[in-house]
Structures are given as C-alpha cells and as structure tokens.
Design a protein around this ligand. Structure first.
Ligand SMILES: Cc1cc2nc3c(=O)[nH]c(=O)nc-3n(C[C@H](O)[C@H](O)[C@H](O)COP(=O)(O)OP(=O)(O)OC[C@H]3O[C@@H](n4cnc5c(N)ncnc54)[C@H](O)[C@@H]3O)c2cc1C
Length: 300
C-alpha cells in the first residue's frame, strides 16, 4: 500500500513524486510514455531550462527521483481506478494492480489538430500553438496562423510584436468579409483555406487555392484539447467548461483522496490551464503538499 500513486510522469507527476519522496511518503509513479510535448525538440519559457529538450528534462528528473528510496517508477499505463480515500486500487495495463491511500492524476491533455494534410507531421517542430513557448524563436520572421478568425486574432495580438509578418489561413470555410477585414486591420494578410502544409528546406510551405506561401513556422489557432486519460469521467469528477478537472488551491478534486495536477486541471477562477511546464510542475508540488497535509490531519 503506497501513500500515493501518481499517474503520469510529465512535469506535474515528476514533481509530485519528488515532493512526496523528499517527505518520505511512499509513491508509485506511473508513465505510459505519452507526453503532450513528446514531439518538441526544445522547450522554452522554463527558467534555467530555456531551450532544454523535453526528453532531457524528463531524463534528469527521473535520475533525481532515483535517489529517493520511497519513490518507485514504472513504465506502465493505468487502466482503471477503484476504491475510496484510504484504499484505492489502480489496475495497470500490464495486468497487475497497485494500491494506495491517495491518487494524483497527472495524465495531461491530448491535442487534436485541424484536418490539414501534413500538419500532424510538423507538430512540435514547425507547427505550434503557444506564443509563450515558441514565439520568440520566430522573432522578425514570416509566420502563418492556421485557424478561425477569433482565435487567430488572439494569436496576432500576442505574436504581432514579435514576428515580422503574419499570414492567416482558415482551415475549413473561407473567412467572411467581416473577419477578413478584422484580421487585415490587425496587420495580417489573409488567404484561402489551407489545403496542405509541408516542410521545405527548414521552412514551411502552406498550400491554398492561391498557390504556395512560405513561412518560417506555423501557429495553429484551432487546436482542440481533451483529457488524455479516462479517469476524470470514470470517477465522475467535477469538470470545468475548459474540459479540465476542477481543483482547489491544493489540487484536490471533487472526490476525496483524488488530486489532479498539470494541464488536465485548474482552479475555477482561471479560464483554462496554462499549458506550461513550470506551472504543471508547480501544480504537482501543490498536490503533493495537499496530500501530505491530509495525512497530518488524519494523524498518519
Ligand atoms: C507543441 C507543444 C510545445 C510546447 N512547448 C512548451 C514550451 O516550450 N514550454 C512550456 O512550458 N510548455 C510547453 N508546452 C506545454 C507542455 O508540454 C505542457 O504544459 C506540459 O507537458 C504539461 O505537463 P503535464 O505533466 O500536465 O502533462 P504531460 O507532460 O502531457 O504528461 C502526461 C503524463 O501522463 C502519462 N499518462 C497519460 N495517461 C496515462 C495512463 N492512463 N497511465 C499512465 N500514465 C499516463 C503520460 O504518459 C505522461 O507521462 C508545449 C506543448 C505542446 C503541445
């Protein structure tokens, strides 16, 4: 019986396990190997790790965790959670089970991209969605934005002062005249819907009925993100309009004994999770602290 099972070993789960281990609370960290930034070569906006490859970040974290005798790590997916606070059972994909007094969900979010041929192959290397993560690397360059008008306008607001020029391509219907004028008023060029993208000599070629446009990178405005794992639905956790799990200040969900940390959860006072390595790690630490507090309250 572990004190906690942490499901997910991205920044949120790794930090949660570190905090539990440092406080000599036994923890099992589970990892199915599906990371939101799994295709990313260099992460940014992470102080002291600006530009670090995410897989190197995770490898360093794993090496640090190896020094803590109370933390076990398994490369195994979790399929099902049953039980209640004090005695949860997690069924693993390898057919085994593990038990713990508490559970931390840190399974992250999965991103669905618009159906533009070639786009998925560029995700994380030439195609991004987060200006905070990948905007500065395109300073002064020509970039493209794929997506509908309102979200494109938001991205233009963030990227406009960084990049050299912006061309917007819708991904389905052509933009209305009103939307076109609105985006042009923000300084962007507007084209017909993108029919395909590909990488050419380190740049991106975007195809539309108007021909081919070259850009240094592509920002996707219409990414749809959803819970990667089924546990929030399976456990009937309170959810937020963003599709994330509702948590309190210490990462506690609506189900006693189950906490959540990282991209998959946020407080109701925020419009959404911020999709940030640092904030995910911070949330993992808070969730672990919340669990340790709950043990103290029980005298355990
Ligand atoms: C293209 C792209 C670029 C990005 N660039 C940056 C950047 O430069 N800087 C930055 O701060 N952020 C960046 N992000 C955001 C960053 O990736 C996330 O904020 C961060 O990964 C969230 O961490 P997490 O721990 O919540 O989830 P994740 O990192 O997604 O980790 C989820 C974990 O849960 C595990 N898991 C899922 N289901 C199960 C299951 N059933 N059983 C066991 N394990 C399971 C996975 O295997 C994984 O270990 C980027 C995101 C994308 C998509």
């Amino acid at each position: 019986m572990y004190d906690a099972i942490v499901i997910g070993a991205g920044p949120a789960g790794l930090q949660a396990a570190l905090t539990l281990g440092r406080m000599h609370r036994s923890a099992l960290l589970l990892d199915s190997g599906e990371y939101r930034n799994g295709t990313v070569r260099h992460m940014h906006n992470v102080i002291a790790n600006d530009g670090t490859p995410p897989d190197a970040f995770r490898a360093t974290a794993r090496a640090e965790l190896a020094a803590y005798g109370d933390v076990d790590v398994r490369e195994a997916g979790a399929d099902r959670i049953s039980g209640a606070q004090g005695a949860f059972t997690v069924d693993l994909a390898d057919g085994t089970t593990a038990e713990a007094r508490r559970v931390i969900l840190a399974t992250g979010m999965a991103d669905a991209l618009p159906d533009v041929p070639g786009l998925a192959a560029l995700w994380g290397t030439k195609a991004f969605s987060c200006p905070f993560c990948d905007g500065h690397e395109h300073a002064g360059e020509a970039i493209a934005i794929l997506g509908e008008a309102a979200r494109a306008a938001h991205l233009i607001g963030l990227l406009g002062r960084i990049v050299g020029s912006i061309t917007v391509f819708p991904t389905a219907e052509p933009l209305s005249d009103e939307d076109r004028r609105m985006l042009e008023g923000l300084g962007a060029a507007v084209r017909s819907p993108a029919t395909g993208v590909s990488e050419t000599e380190g740049a991106v070629t975007i195809r539309s009925v108007e021909g081919e446009t070259r850009a240094a990178g592509v920002f996707v405005a219409s990414v749809v993100s959803a819970q990667r794992a089924p546990f929030a639905a399976d456990l009937g956790l309170a959810m937020l309009p963003s599709g994330a799990i509702e948590i309190d200040d210490f990462g506690r969900t609506s189900l006693p004994g189950v906490s959540a940390a990282g991209d998959l959860a946020h407080r109701a006072s925020l419009p959404g999770a911020m999709a940030s390595v640092l904030l995910a790690a911070a949330a993992g630490q808070l969730a672990a602290i919340g669990i340790i507090q709950s043990f103290l309250a029980e005298g355990a």
